[in-house]
Design a protein around this ligand. Structure first.
Ligand code: SF4
Length: 211
């Protein structure tokens, strides 16, 4: 979770998937609180893994992408590292998101996550693929038209082409740094208290009365 920064201070590890997400949730993860995933989220996570696997294989075999590439970006000055696992990367990254419903525009925190990958890959563009979750992902994936790759199309599928955003990367670093400060002071930051709480493994800490 953390290591030494060389000057004796602690180097805190964040995940790219935590970029611009609820700071309180990140804090609880850093503090090592056990995760308690709601049952319906576990089902979705499993469906998401299947979808990633099937679509990832196509990107690898047809388009020469490397899958699940591990990355680390370190800032000694801020005393933090960002770790990530890019779904698919070649000269640009692709991030795949399995959803029960497809958004009209990308979520801010998905853009921030992809932006970290673009920073690492030194890519000018990256792609966000939203795909509707299905028990049999091939039923959705078979209908995808790859002829205009990487801007692919299909029912139950939405692709977004996203340019690298330097200001967004700075904002992401600032966000992580604020959580780091909270962690060091042992003071849990305020949480989002939004729709995302439904899917949060630390809900039991924020809403103990709902247990
Ligand atoms: S339950 Fe909501 S406010 Fe609490 S940590 Fe999770 S996302 Fe944040």
């Amino acid at each position: 979770m953390s290591e030494n920064n060389g000057d004796g201070s602690e180097l805190i590890e964040f995940y790219a998937s935590e970029a611009l997400t609820c700071p309180r949730r990140i804090y609880f993860r850093l503090k090592g609180y056990p995760e308690r995933w709601p049952e319906f989220v576990k089902v979705r996570l499993n469906q998401g893994i299947n979808t990633h696997n099937v679509l990832g294989e196509i990107l690898k075999r047809r388009f020469g992408f490397e899958l699940e590439k591990h990355l680390v970006l370190r800032s000694n000055k801020l005393g933090l590292e960002i770790h990530g696992r890019i779904d698919a990367v070649r000269d640009f990254p692709i991030e795949i998101k399995g959803k029960t419903s497809l958004p009209r525009t990308p979520y801010d925190y998905h853009l921030a996550q992809l932006n970290v990958y673009m920073r690492w890959a030194e890519a000018e563009y990256g792609y966000l693929y939203y795909i509707r979750l299905h028990e049999e992902p091939m039923k959705v994936i078979n209908k995808i038209d790859f002829s205009n790759f990487p801007v692919v199309k299909g029912p139950n599928f939405r692709a977004f082409e996203v340019p690298y955003d330097k200001a967004l990367f700075k904002e992401t670093l600032r966000h992580f740094y604020q959580v780091k400060r909270a962690y060091e002071k042992e003071r849990a930051p305020r949480g989002w208290r939004s729709f995302s709480c439904k899917f949060c493994p630390y809900r039991y800490l924020c809403f103990p009365d709902d247990e």
